[in-house]
Write a protein that binds this ligand. Structure first.
Ligand code: C2E
Ligand code: CA
Ligand code: CA
Ligand code: CA
Length: 283
């Protein structure tokens, strides 16, 4: 402890120290974890709000740490981003989930164009290999570019210049969808949207949460209504995340949102879960 000011501070210091040690330890363990295949992917379905049928799935990475158990991405993605390991880790997530999407498609030839959503971190956006890596991964798996959606957060694109947007434009021209993730949490100018090569807005969970209240927050309702109408006039699809109740789903459907994701439909899970849902759709 820094002073004799009391246990409260000692405890706070000890906790901060423990967190720093863990952070340090996790950071150091990341490269070997990638080599030892300690990462795995869970998939969460995206459904059409209209009929609840499966539209695709988002790939969400986890780390099965030998001592700490399963760690969520919030625990290690920032560390991987900080050290640069996000580039090879992100490439692995892309490769693995694209391969998985192709596998689902083959098993469900009638299932329509099942799509796979993959998160891109800011450092991956800046990496010169992004376009060629993506082309490579798609070709090797035999997945058409139109089945891939890359999710980029709104904050990563705030103030983006042409150098940063160029690879995204190239991918979009190939047919890859670009989604603006966590939309509504940043401060981007809505008019700015026209400049970005995006085709999907993913409305942040905070909007969905406000639909929970009775009555739903009137201002948020208006905001979502406005975003949806603006998005549709720009030919963008709107996905909502964090749908936990049927009431939220109904409300968001009414507001004109296109697709949804959330615990109400399914939690992130093993790839077989998507397979089962696709089978259920087919009947
Ligand atoms: P995100 O892209 O916004 O992903 C959605 C998060 O919301 C996921 O958390 C998901 O499990 C959670 N979620 C889904 N439905 C619900 C719901 O109904 N209620 C609530 N409360 N939460 C729900 P998760 O899996 O912990 O991922 C956290 C973040 O980590 C992601 O946020 C994404 O930014 C990042 N991430 C995950 N996988 C990757 C990856 O492969 N690469 C990169 N760069 N980032 C990733
Ligand atoms: Ca996402
Ligand atoms: Ca999101
Ligand atoms: Ca988020």
């Amino acid at each position: 402890a820094k002073s004799a000011g009391g246990n409260r501070f000692e405890t706070a210091d000890a906790e901060a120290d423990a967190r720093a040690i863990t952070r340090h330890g996790l950071t150091n363990a990341l490269p070997a974890a990638l080599e030892r295949n300690e990462f795995f992917i869970e998939y969460q379905p995206l459904v059409h709000l209209g009929d609840g049928s499966v539209h695709g799935a988002e790939a969400l990475v986890r780390w099965c740490h030998p001592q700490h158990g399963v760690l969520g991405p919030d625990r290690f993605i920032p560390l991987a981003e900080h050290t640069g390991l996000i580039v090879p880790l992100g490439r692995w997530v892309l490769e693995e989930s694209v391969r998985q999407a192709r596998f689902w498609q083959k098993r469900h030839s009638d299932g329509g164009p099942l799509r796979i959503n993959v998160n891109l971190s800011p450092m991956q956006l800046h990496h010169p290999g992004l376009v060629s890596d993506t082309v490579d991964v798609l070709e090797r798996a035999g997945l058409e570019p139109g089945a891939l959606c890359l999710e980029v957060t709104e904050s990563a694109l705030i103030g983006a210049d042409d150098d940063l947007l160029k690879p995204l434009r190239q991918l979009a021209e190939m047919g890859v969808d670009i989604a603006l993730d966590d939309f509504g949490t940043g401060y981007s100018n809505l008019a700015n949207l026209r400049r970005l090569p995006v085709s999907v807005l993913k409305l942040d969970r905070s909007f969905t949460q406000s639909m929970q209240q009775h009555p739903a927050d009137a201002v948020d309702l208006k905001i979502v209504e406005g975003i949806v109408s603006l998005a549709h006039s720009l030919k963008l699809a709107v996905t909502v995340e964090g749908v936990e109740t049927g009431a939220q789903a109904a409300q968001l459907r009414e507001l004109g949102c296109d697709t949804a994701q959330g615990w109400y439909y399914a939690r992130p899970g093993a790839p077989d879960r998507i397979h089962t849902l696709l089978l259920a759709d087919a009947v």
